[in-house]
Each structure stands twice: as C-alpha cells, then as structure tokens.
Write a protein that binds this ligand. Sequence first.
Ligand code: GLN
Length: 313
Amino acid sequence: GHLPPPERVKALVDEAYGRYRSIDEGAVADYIPALAKVPRDLFGVCLVGVDGSVHEVGDAGYPFSIQSVSKPFVFALVCQAIGAEEARRKLGVNATGLPFNSVIALELNQDRTMNPMVNAGAIAATSLAPGEIADEKWRFIQDGLSRFAGRRLEVDEQIYQSEAATNLRNRGIAKLLEGYGRMYFDALEATDIYTRQCALKVTAKDLAVMGATLADGGVNPVTEERVVDASICKRVLAVLATAGLYELSGDWLYEIGLPGKSGVSGGIVTVIPGKGGLGTFAPALDEAGNSIKGQRVSKYLSERMGLNLFASK
Ligand code: GLN
C-alpha cells in the first residue's frame, strides 16, 4: 500500500492544518524554564512519503528542541549497535502506563528494567551508546539522529542550559537505576548526554523525515542513506505503539492506530509503516505532556487517509 496520490495528500494535510489551527487549549511546558518562552500558537505539519515526497504546511520549518521524540531514534541506534535482544534485556520493552518521569515505575518492575520511551529507560539507552567516554557517546547520538533527519542537527544551547540547571529529578531517576544495576555508564554523565540529546533542534519536517526513515525499514527516503536495519525498525515501532505517548499510549493507539512519539516541546512523530512519516509541532500540551493539535491532526489524517494499522480495509 501507498499513501494517497500527491495532490490528495497535499489537500488533506492543508485541510488538517486549517481545521485545527485556531484551537487554543492546553498549556506550554514550563518545568524546563526555557520551554515556557516558546510561542503557543506555532503550528506546523509535514508528511514525508517513503518515496521521498514532502508535503508541509504552517510552521513546519520552525526549529524547536526535540525532547522525548529523540527517544525512539536513540533506541534504534542502540539496538543497531548492540542488537535488539541485548537492548531488550538491558532496557526492557514493557509500557509503564505511568508518566514519563515516573519514579514509582522504577519500583514496580521485578527486573528493574523500564522501557526506552520514558525518561528512565531513555537515559539507560543513552548510557548504552558506543564509546568509552561521554564525548564519544554524544557524537554517536548527534551523528545518528542527524542521519535520521538527513541534515546536521545542532543543540539549542539555551534549552540545554535551562534543562541542565533544573533536571534534578532526571538525575535522581538515573541514580536510582544505577543502584539497580540498570545504568550502563556513569548516571550523571548519561543524564547530561540525554539532556543534550533532548535539546537538539529539529523542525516538524525533520520529524517527518525521521519517521519516514523508520517507516522505510531504516533507509532515509530523502538522502537514501541506510541508518538502521529493517529488523531494528519493526522492534522500535512495537515499543512505540505500546509506549509512545506515556500513560495515554492506549488512547493514542485506540484513536490513531499507528506508532507515534510525543515530546514536551510539542512535537509528535507518527510512523506509517511502509508508507511515510508525519511530523507535527504545536507547543500546547494535554495533562500527559502530549501536543493537543498534534494529536488532532494525526487522528484526522490517519482516518481520512485510512492509515490505521488495525483496520481490515
Ligand atoms: N527532556 C525532557 C525530560 O527529560 C523530555 C521529556 C519529554 O519530552 N516528555 O524531562
């Protein structure tokens, strides 16, 4: 199967944008002080097909920090580096059903693994990046995410500094995991690399290209570069489907029927396996930290284009 023909895709993407543009619900994240300054009315949508076609509208070229949307891509790179089985053993792949920064989740699981889509498991995934020292691990992550995007991604220093100065909870989570033997590098250094990773600047278009790379079995459809193997993509998408929107992952899958990942800066990437990637950006969030407009657009396009993976026709 393919996406609908280009002119139909363009019409639907434009329609979705127009439909939800004036919604003004939700709150911009402010627990990272610099995020609170991002204008709440920014709104961008981009759909990239596995054929490399690009349809974008609104603020799809506006740079914002990637935040948690980095998690599936780092997980994919780590799976590629150490193997998907080893990654599962060390990180866990079961949904917590709890908020992204839950400490309780760490206490509930027998073997103390988390999953790479919440902070604990994501910091552990970052700690597994190849390299003896923090700098090598960072370079692996920056290079890898840049290959997913098909262009060099750089850190927003203001966002990085702002989160680094206030991320005591993440440092605590990492230390707790380290105590349980589930951190694979110095906990505080891993948290710092993770914080930098979350501050990488992307656009909605970048997210769409990154998602389309996972949809395309690991080949970036724009640069045609292979970033990870197809055997890795399907594992990443499985974890995304169950845990991409934290405690609302079930609601998301129920409505949209596609793997997706949200972040507190307002980005969402949705992967349409074998077809393409959808990137949305709108900073106002629901109570779980998921972009409100992004969820609406994704639902609308999934329905109108017939993309739900569980639909029989
Ligand atoms: N950097 C943010 C944090 O660790 C990412 C969280 C998110 O996007 N949900 O808190």
